[in-house]
Design a protein around this ligand. Structure first.
Ligand code: FAD
Ligand code: SF4
Length: 463
């Protein structure tokens, strides 16, 4: 008989006022007992709607049934047959709008905690694995280049390597992992997990060339000339957007990209690293997505007394994951909703001293379907801050397009690729944020998978 408790089994967490002063992981993960209780809530439905909700179609009831049996390694095998990064996805996927949104248990209570169970299985596997499983791969002698080592590039590279291709991943940064390593903070996704995943791929024979900027160190055409038969571009959307308001060049204004890279990739929060930490008292983070939440929560951990999220719509439209918003509120982040910055004010030394906002109200729905924020005339006011972090979106960096003939982009700078990942130039495939604009880890992984299949087809047909 399934356990009919309406509530999800709670996730053990660090106390909010303790965790907002450290960078250790916030959610501590299910114990075996927690996992078994939660797994017993699954009804093993005939129709399995949860699978439809997962962009990579993880066989959810099957892996949960294995947890019920106590066969955690079996659960891991089911998970990894379609998802190569379960420890990452179990932590950062927006399950509430994917698998868990479709879960039948959600009709009368909480859905099954699918993400939490996924994380439990992945962590159990990592903790109990003695030596990496040796995979015998017969090489086929064909070479493929992958640009970018984020979830799209890593997934594409992994699938190609499993099929026998000789894969080289080119990564512009000194660490592989994309946003997983430079963007999402340690307290949400420990970097040791990302490094393990990259190490697993390297064990499979994939070469990862770090500090290699395609379009600068070497061009895409030079990759083809040096013997690569196909190229996958998974270069993400790392170019920050700004507000284009007065005062954005003042000292103390950062793009979220720079702010988070300093903290996560360059470890500015840890002693012994050269990158100086941004020391602030009052921080305004502009934006309402995951990037804004991560920036605000990092600012708090770096010692800021007041941290404000400034967002022009209301709580209902906030695009960040609900869990992240909940965690941010618990940690003391203040939400200044229905406010839009119009100017950043500086002092005589050119440093930020305040941010001027105008109050907003919600009007008719716009093209995105969300109610359009409309300024309330004469409602301007200033908030005293010494740091402003702009987290209002990113777009793909134009470097690869501008150095590769025949590669087309749309008006947002995103590479044009069809459903199979094929771009406008023969032999070049693309996927992830470089094609969709800023999206999610699982969508980038799905795109990397699809492109790998297309590349295999392309090279075998050419043969
Ligand atoms: P990326 O992860 O951006 O990787 C691209 C890689 O390509 C980078 O390493 C980059 O250095 C490299 N590169 C770029 N140009 C070149 C070049 N010319 N030569 C060589 N290498 C190059 N998604 C979720 O699902 N859940 C979350 O909770 C979540 N939180 C997020 C928090 C933050 C702060 C950010 C920024 C994003 C978040 N996202 C989240 C979004 C998610 O991380 C991205 O959608 C995903 O990482 C995109 O994967 P990708 O492989 O397409 O690109
Ligand atoms: Fe289990 Fe929910 Fe999927 Fe049904 S929909 S099989 S209850 S996880």
């Amino acid at each position: 008989m399934p356990n009919m408790d309406k509530n999800k089994t709670a996730m053990p967490e660090q106390e909010p006022m303790i965790r907002n002063k450290n960078f250790q992981e916030v959610s501590l993960g299910y114990t075996e007992e927690n996992a078994k209780i939660e797994a017993s809530r699954c009804l093993n439905c005939k129709t399995k709607p949860c699978i439809e909700g997962c962009p990579v179609n993880v066989r959810i009831p099957e892996f949960i049934a294995k947890i019920n049996e106590g066969n955690y390694e079996g659960a891991y095998e089911v998970l990894t047959s379609t998802n190569s990064l379960p420890a990452v996805c179990g932590r950062v996927c927006p399950q509430e709008t994917q698998c868990e949104e479709k879960c039948v248990r959600g009709l009368k209570g909480d859905p099954v905690g699918i993400g939490r169970l996924e994380r439990f299985v992945a962590d159990w596997h990592m903790a109990h694995q003695t030596a990496p499983k040796k995979i015998d791969i017969t090489k086929n002698g064909h070479k493929v280049a992958v640009i970018g080592s984020g979830p799209a590039g890593l997934t594409c590279a992994g699938d190609l390597a499993l099929a026998g291709y000789e894969v080289t991943v080119f990564e512009s940064l000194h660490e592989a992992g994309g946003v997983l390593i430079y963007g999402i903070p340690e307290f949400r996704l420990p970097k040791a997990i990302v490094k393990k995943e990259v190490g697993r791929l390297e064990n499979m024979g994939i070469t990862v060339k770090r500090d290699a900027v395609i379009g600068r160190s070497i061009t895409v055409d030079e990759l083809f000339e040096s013997g690569f038969e196909a190229v996958f571009i998974g270069s993400g959307a790392g170019l920050p957007e700004f507000l284009r308001i007065e005062g954005e060049s003042l000292l103390g204004v950062y793009s979220a990209n720079e702010y988070l890279t300093r903290i996560n990739l360059m470890k500015s929060y840890q002693a012994g690293y050269d990158t100086p930490a941004v020391k602030s008292k009052c921080v305004a983070v502009v934006g309402g997505g995951n990037v804004a939440m991560d920036s605000a929560r990092c600012a708090k951990r770096l010692g800021a007394e007041n941290v404000y999220i400034i967002y022009r719509r209301s709580m209902d439209e906030l695009p960040a994951r609900k869990e992240e918003v909940h965690h941010a509120i618990e940690e003391g982040i203040e939400f200044k909703l229905l406010n839009n910055p119009v100017k950043i004010l500086g002092d005589e030394n050119g440093r930020v001293r305040a941010i001027e906002c105008v109050k907003m109200e919600l009007g008719e729905p716009d093209a995105s379907g969300r109610r359009r924020p409309v300024p309330i005339e004469g409602s301007n006011f200033a908030i005293d801050v010494d740091t402003v972090v702009i987290a209002v979106g990113t777009s793909p960096n134009p470097l690869i397009k501008s150095t590769t003939k025949g590669l087309e982009t749309n008006k947002h700078g995103c590479l044009i690729a069809d459903e199979a990942g094929k771009t406008t130039r023969e032999g070049i495939y693309a996927g992830g944020d470089a094609v969709t604009g800023a999206a999610t880890v699982i969508l980038a992984m799905g795109a990397g998978k699809t492109a790998a299949e297309s590349i295999i087809k392309y090279i075998s047909e050419k043969k």
